[in-house]
Design a protein around this ligand. Structure first.
Ligand SMILES: Nc1ncnc2c1ncn2[C@@H]1O[C@H](COP(=O)(O)OP(=O)(O)OP(=O)(O)O)[C@@H](O)[C@H]1O
Length: 313
């Protein structure tokens, strides 16, 4: 079942097409990556999902019904990239206030805050002021205030920014835990290695449009270049030559080979066996999301430039 569906969403600021006809579906319980370069339209899209902006066109379907910001906002937890905390307020009071705004009773809120503060090693912070927190500490507090009311949809914009590796792991484990309990996470970041590690499904937007949509594994396979690592037990005394592949890189007994059109990985292995060369390792090299991201974004830039040239002429 889809927790969220966006149907043909558009948001223009004067002539700036911040979001230009984006549709997508997000399955309940998934960890979904919303990616795109600076200015791609991610924040604008998230602001429409959270009811901060009304779309110019299109609709947001949350949990099977047309999204109504007034009543449905408690189903969503949104952690924006910029801090939204009151600097002078004590941390415990702040968490309590925000939890009650999200519909929790005072006693329920206290219980949940204690639970999360303990989990994220924040017990001693209750009487500190927000202005006395470091960047990473306020990021943790903001995370807690986002998830405290157990929203069905949790939107995290750059949740690891400012966190040291230990705290990043702590938050990462909580994200997995929340997804396992049935919450859906939308995760927006520029850090591709985090996306590869955490997300099941991604959407890439650029210039207000969706340019890629799929599961991380499926996308990596879609863009694969049929390259394999081959490790031999010894440096061979022959030059590796075969119609099935060509050597793209070599270093001593380690090779990167690219399979030629019309051949399969087994044809490569067969070559090595027939030459009586011992293969210690053989594995496919899939492109990183980072490479896929850079290539696609460069491609859309080039296409837009050529359209602009055609229009100008
Ligand atoms: N309130 C606004 N008024 C005018 N233009 C805006 C407004 N908000 C966003 N834009 C423009 O819309 C486009 C998309 O901006 P948006 O903030 O959604 O991008 P983003 O993908 O979140 O970028 P980043 O990764 O840098 O945060 C940009 O060209 C931006 O200048």
């Amino acid at each position: 079942m889809n927790i969220l569906e966006l149907h043909h969403l558009k948001k223009y600021f004067a002539t700036q097409k911040a979001v230009d006809d984006i549709s997508l579906e997000i399955e309940q319980g998934s960890i979904f990556g919303l990616l795109g370069p600076n200015g791609a339209g991610k924040t604008t899209l998230l602001r429409m999902i959270t009811g901060i902006f009304y779309p110019d066109e299109g609709e947001v379907i949350l949990d099977g019904k047309k999204f109504d910001p007034l009543t449905d906002i408690i189903k969503i937890g949104y952690m924006p990239e910029e801090r939204g905390l009151y600097k002078k307020m004590k941390i415990g009071d702040q968490a309590l206030y925000l939890a009650q705004l999200k519909g929790l009773s005072k006693s329920d809120a206290v219980q949940k805050i204690k639970y999360w503060f303990e989990k994220l090693e924040m017990q001693s912070w209750w009487n500190k002021k927000v202005e006395d927190l470091s960047k990473g500490m306020s990021q943790k507090l903001q995370f807690v205030t986002t998830v405290l009311h157990e929203p069905k949809l949790i939107i995290l914009d750059e949740p690891f920014s400012g966190l040291d590796p230990l705290n990043a792991n702590l938050i990462k484990d909580e994200i997995y835990g929340l997804a396992q309990k049935g919450s859906t996470i939308i995760f927006s970041t520029h850090r591709m290695e985090q996306v590869e590690e955490i997300c099941d499904h991604i959407v890439l937007v650029n210039l207000g449009r969706k340019i890629l949509d799929g599961s991380v594994q499926e996308i990596k396979h879609r863009f694969k270049e049929h390259k394999f690592n081959v490790q031999l037990s010894n440096v061979p005394s022959i030059i590796l030559e075969s119609p099935a592949f060509h050597v793209a890189e070599e270093k001593a007994n380690k090779y990167i080979v690219r399979i030629n059109d019309g051949y399969k990985s087994n044809d490569v292995l067969k070559y090595f066996i027939e030459k009586d060369l011992n293969v210690d390792g053989f594995n496919e090299i899939l492109p990183s999301l980072n490479d896929i991201f850079i290539n696609l974004v460069e491609d859309t830039k080039a296409t837009t430039r050529s359209f602009q040239n055609i229009e100008a002429n």
